[in-house]
Design a protein around this ligand. Structure first.
Ligand code: CA
Length: 222
């Protein structure tokens, strides 16, 4: 028995997958297609997709936000968990990656739930704020360029309602955040971001060591 979070070796990780992950066929197929892609490691893990789907169900979320779509796995996992009237505003800069995403959203029959906004996410989020969408989103997932995490987080915090949740991916960054010898820009950006959230009294937080680290930030009701 251990009261410290377990490091998962391959055997234990396989057990976790085999004994708990109920990945729908359409998500498994998207995973296979994305595995051929040179940037395949940008896709979230299946247990993380299932975890986020559970969060969305737990909250009874209707209106959600995604910053960083890639080939669409996380948006599809969330869309499948949303009720028919649920909607996702999904932001990405890549027409190439999101072409795969759109194909799978259509195939899954949930494309009507997903409003893809191509362009810099900070601009899209600013437009949403300007259009009066502040405090209307239930859930937001941030998984994009790490140097802009601070900006996306501030915008998402404005867009989610009190009691709304922001999930931020890759906060453990393959462990590099804890290695003092690693001082590249992206690692330092994630360190600074983690410090910022730790100090932020506007949220309740939990850093969940699932996959590459997922911080959950719940916007407090003031
Ligand atoms: Ca990620």
């Amino acid at each position: 028995m251990s009261n410290q979070t377990l490091g998962l070796d391959d055997r234990l990780y396989r057990y976790l997958l085999d004994s708990s992950v109920r990945e729908p066929d359409i998500l498994a197929e998207l995973r296979q297609v994305t595995a051929q892609h040179p940037m395949a490691q940008m896709q979230i893990a299946p247990e993380q997709g299932q975890f986020m789907a559970l969060l969305v169900q737990l909250m009874g979320a209707r209106k959600t936000l995604e910053v960083g779509v890639f080939t669409g796995y996380s948006a599809l996992a969330v869309a499948l968990a949303l009720p028919p009237e649920g909607r996702i505003v999904a932001c990405d800069v890549s027409e190439e990656y999101t072409a795969i995403a759109k194909q799978f959203w259509q195939k899954a029959g949930v494309d009507y739930k997903i409003d893809l906004k191509l362009g810099p996410a900070a601009d899209t989020l600013e437009q949403l704020i300007a259009a009066g969408n502040s405090e209307t989103f239930d859930f937001a997932f941030i998984d994009a360029d790490k140097s802009n995490y601070g900006t996306y987080y501030e915008q998402a915090l404005q867009l989610v309602r009190p009691g709304g949740l922001i999930a931020i991916d890759n906060v453990l960054w393959s462990g590099r955040v804890a290695d003092p010898g690693t001082q590249d820009n992206r690692t330092n950006a994630i360190r600074a971001f983690n410090d910022k959230l730790y100090q932020d009294e506007r949220i309740s937080l939990s850093l969940v060591p699932i996959a590459d680290g997922l911080t959950l930030a719940l916007k407090k009701s003031l």
